[in-house]
Design a protein around this ligand. Structure first.
Ligand code: NAD
Ligand code: DAU
Length: 355
């Protein structure tokens, strides 16, 4: 079996669902169930003995050591993190605790467990750390995309905390020989994406008749990847990646934020037109920019393609259509995640920001 952390969040839940749809290898899923963790994402697995959910913190080394000793996983995939840049600007502490200190404790527990394995099991074991392209900082318009050799230049408390965890993972390989793999992926979108992030926020706000907030001039560029393509890339790296290596994962799909918002609006005009016949793009409002906002991310994904033969299956056109359709068909899920805490966050992040 494998141990997955953060498997009740957006990417982790998609990974767990895809994994168990394709394999009978069981998963122990360790998740703290922060505001971003949602057991409803995994409700289709209720009663499935291949999925063992454990409510807990990656920073609890006693718990993780106990889980490792009991279940003897052949691999760990570490998704658990605080993941929202805007939240890291309002309050960095949780990012330091989970992304840095938590990852450190998880690595320590893993080192203890791995050291106790017989030689062959030690050789086959993998610790895969799921990271982000944001550790590389921001690109100018004409600069080449991030390769694995790009220097680290994180600009937000979130990306700095992810960079620190990447460095710890690297150090555990170089110092202790732990067979680690690190993936640095671009922006994901798809089902179960929490509506604090741009794409689900725009879908949810549009349908509710609320403003669609675009930071600054809306010309910041991200490289968007459908979440299930990210999951297939992680499976591929886990199977065939070389220990100690890092792999960049991206969609070859750079787009300015305003284009993304327009695309979502057009799809909604087609699939669920507004009652008054007006276009959803009328709801766009420009709001004050994110402090320290990175201008452009772009991933050079040639290494994972040439070494491991991975490429994304979805185009942006197919992936975004599936995503908008999923939100239209899962309005109960949307309602359930918009708790009081969610509404408080929206007020904190957007109040007084109109320009
Ligand atoms: P998310 O915020 O949706 O989910 C994070 C999950 O981790 C939640 O289920 C949460 O409960 C859990 N968690 C948080 N702190 C924990 C702790 N201390 N112990 C155990 N569980 C904890 O995040 P996501 O968007 O699914 O991102 C998953 C991973 O992928 C993160 O490491 C993130 O940095 C990375 N990543 C995300 C993207 C993206 O576009 N979303 C892109 C590249 C990399
Ligand atoms: O690049 C990978 C990263 O992508 C991941 O590591 C992060 O976990 C993930 O959250 C995401 O970070 P971003 O900051 O790029 O994603 P977000 O959806 O928050 O914002 C996307 C872009 O849209 C960004 O340029 C900010 C802008 N934006 C965002 C929100 C929430 C807006 O213009 N308006 C908004 O209301």
């Amino acid at each position: 079996m494998i141990l997955v952390t953060g498997g009740a969040g957006f990417i982790g839940a998609n990974f767990v669902l895809d994994w168990l749809a394709q394999s009978d290898e069981a998963i122990v899923n360790l998740d703290k169930l922060t505001y971003a963790g949602n057991r409803e994402n995994l409700s289709s697995l209720a009663g499935d003995p291949r999925h063992i959910f454990v409510h807990g913190d990656i920073g609890d080394a006693a718990l993780t050591s106990q889980l490792l000793a009991r279940h003897q996983p052949r691999a760990i995939v570490n998704f658990a993190a605080e993941s929202h840049v805007d939240r890291s600007i309002h309050g960095p502490e949780d990012f330091i605790q989970t992304n840095i200190v938590g990852s450190f404790h998880l690595l320590e527990a893993t080192r203890g467990y791995w050291g106790s394995l017989p030689d062959e099991a030690q050789r086959r074991f993998r610790f895969l750390h799921v990271s982000t392209d944001e550790v590389y900082g921001s690109l100018a318009r004409d600069e080449p995309a991030f390769s694995e050799l790009h220097r680290y230049e994180p600009n937000s408390p979130y990306s700095a905390s992810k960079a620190a965890s990447d460095h710890l993972v690297r150090a555990y390989h170089h110092t202790y020989g732990l067979p680690v793999l690190t993936t640095n992926c671009s922006n994901n979108y798809g089902p179960y994406h929490f509506p604090e992030k741009l794409i689900p926020l725009v879908i949810v706000n549009a349908l509710a008749g609320k403003p669609l907030p675009v930071y600054g001039d809306g010309q910041q560029i991200r490289d968007w990847l459908y979440v299930r393509d990210h999951c297939s890339a992680i499976r591929r790296v886990l199977d065939a990646g070389r220990p100690g290596e890092t792999y960049n994962i991206g969609g070859w799909n750079e787009k300015p934020n305003l284009d993304i918002v327009h695309t979502v609006c057009l799809l909604l005009d087609e699939l669920r037109a507004r009652g008054d016949g007006k276009p959803y793009r009328d709801q766009i409002v420009y709001v004050a920019d994110r402090p320290g906002h990175d201008r452009r991310y772009a991933i050079d994904a040639r290494k994972i393609e040439s070494e491991l033969g991975w490429r994304p299956a979805e185009t942006f056109a197919s992936g975004i259509r599936k995503t908008v359709q999923w939100y239209l068909e899962n309005q109960d899920w949307v309602r359930n995640v918009q708790s009081g805490a969610y509404r408080e966050w929206v007020e904190k992040n957007y109040q007084g920001r109109d320009q």
